[in-house]
Design a protein around this ligand. Structure first.
Ligand code: CIR
Length: 255
């Protein structure tokens, strides 16, 4: 059984969200549709029993609804990150205030950088992706905090995709959902893997909430593989989020 979450923090996208960072070539995102998809996402989290803390959009931070990047929340402590891109620094201050009600908070300090999208929790073990956003110094700071609280950790080189969780996610029952590029990596020995084929790579960003999976709509082969796990599955259309290089895990902090 995976860890049970009781809460999630989300933030409404601002009407400037299309000014966020993106490398995708999927066209201009549509604000009203984005808001609709975000509302459906919130309702999906609620339907799985989570209490939602919904923050207002943060002026001048068009990527701030990707709250996952600003913190790593464990059962004992919340680690507030130092985001890997300058433009997003400052988002973490508001998240620290929101999390302080629920957890003791500690911080990652420069020159260390960490984006929460690079941190994958698998029970009491954490994989930390070394990426364009998360550097070795940040990973070491984070790892030392994990050790203090009795968790283990290992780094994984993120050679493809924005973050580690763009390509690898834990879906319970000792199983990782991975893209072809990450399949067979030594770091994941000891886990079962479900491989997402190249044409469906985006579906690797599937979110495990208690005993259900939230997965992006439009990836029929991955759905078939996920159905075999016997877990509940919710498919959500996140077309507008994808245009901004984001996905399902990015839009919430679960704890
Ligand atoms: C960024 O480039 O920072 C945002 N446009 C996308 C962040 C996605 N976050 C995530 O995967 N955890």
């Amino acid at each position: 059984m995976s860890k049970m979450f009781t809460h999630a923090i989300v933030r409404k996208p601002g009407d400037d969200f299309a000014r966020g960072i993106t490398t995708s070539n999927l066209g201009t995102p549509h604000y009203e549709l984005m808001i609709k998809q975000h509302e459906v996402y919130i309702e999906a989290l609620r339907s799985l029993g989570l209490e939602l803390i919904v923050l207002e959009a943060l002026p001048d931070y068009p990527d701030a609804y990707f709250v996952e990047d600003t913190a790593v929340v464990t059962p004992d402590v919340a680690i507030i990150t130092n985001p890997g891109v300058e433009d997003r620094r400052g988002e973490e201050d508001t998240i620290e205030r929101a999390l302080a009600t629920y957890r003791k908070t500690v911080r990652i300090h420069a020159p260390g950088t960490v984006d929460g999208g690079d941190v994958l929790m698998v029970g009491a073990h954490f994989f930390i992706g070394i990426s364009e956003r998360t550097n070795e110094e940040g990973a070491t700071q984070l790892g030392c905090i994990f050790e203090e609280y009795g968790y283990t950790w290992a780094t994984v080189c993120v050679e493809a995709g924005l973050h580690l969780k763009s390509s690898v996610n834990y879906i319970g029952k000792n199983t990782l959902l991975v893209t072809e590029k990450f399949a067979g990596r030594d770091e994941f020995k000891g886990y079962d893997t479900i491989i997402v084929e190249k044409t469906e790579e985006y579906a690797a960003n599937t979110l495990l909430i208690n005993n259900s999976l939230i997965t992006p709509k439009g990836f029929p082969n991955t759905i078939k593989k996920l159905e075999a796990t016997g877990l509940g599955i919710i498919e959500l259309d996140v077309s507008e989020v994808r245009k901004m290089d984001g996905g399902l895990t990015c839009m919430s902090l679960r704890f």
